[in-house]
Design a protein around this ligand. Sequence first.
Ligand SMILES: CC(C)(COP(=O)(O)OP(=O)(O)OC[C@H]1O[C@@H](n2cnc3c(N)ncnc32)[C@H](O)[C@@H]1OP(=O)(O)O)[C@@H](O)C(=O)NCCC(=O)NCCS
Length: 171
Amino acid sequence: MENLKIVTDRLIITEFDESMAESVHVNSLDEENRRFVPDEVFETVQEAHDTIIFLIECYRDMKGPFVYPILLKSGENIGYVQAIPIDDEWEVGYHIASNYTANGYATEAVRAFVPLIMKKIGIARIWGICRGDNIASRKVLEKCSFILEHKGFGNYKGENHEICKYLYRLR
Ligand SMILES: CC(C)(COP(=O)(O)OP(=O)(O)OC[C@H]1O[C@@H](n2cnc3c(N)ncnc32)[C@H](O)[C@@H]1OP(=O)(O)O)[C@@H](O)C(=O)NCCC(=O)NCCS
């Protein structure tokens, strides 16, 4: 994967570097993240650092996952956006730290990121999968032109939950 840097009105989506371990650790600890994405909580700076090293390695080939920090233009790290391989398909993911939510940042980041990363990977469709009760995440997907394809109960990160599967297609 060639270098990625996206600049939107308020955000910069760029590549991780090791100096971000502290902010990645702190951002990951909020309650919404623990509830909806428990496998992406980093309890220590070391854990965040090890993950960043792995993610930087992943930029070097085309297998993914491709995960990028979301920065305010002041340089503050407020979350991430990602494209993750699932079987033969890809799934988008995102987190905005709780101090920064409800400002439209996730929508702004996902809207800019999705078409660009899809072109870079060479795919025509990407999934957005979330719990049915993750209203904020569903709103983000809907505002970014993802279409609800399936809603039903199933295994979500090891627990039984209502799951919504949205699909975005490149036009
Ligand atoms: C989901 C998440 C990324 C949204 O980030 P955000 O920057 O607040 O998103 P936006 O501001 O772009 O849009 C969120 C929308 O949900 C609404 N919203 C936010 N929290 C909400 C809540 N608890 N209940 C209902 N609506 C909520 C906002 O008002 C906004 O809707 P609007 O545009 O109609 O006003 C953020 O809450 C988060 O990181 N959650 C934890 C991780 C997660 O769930 N990731 C997705 C996994 S599938």
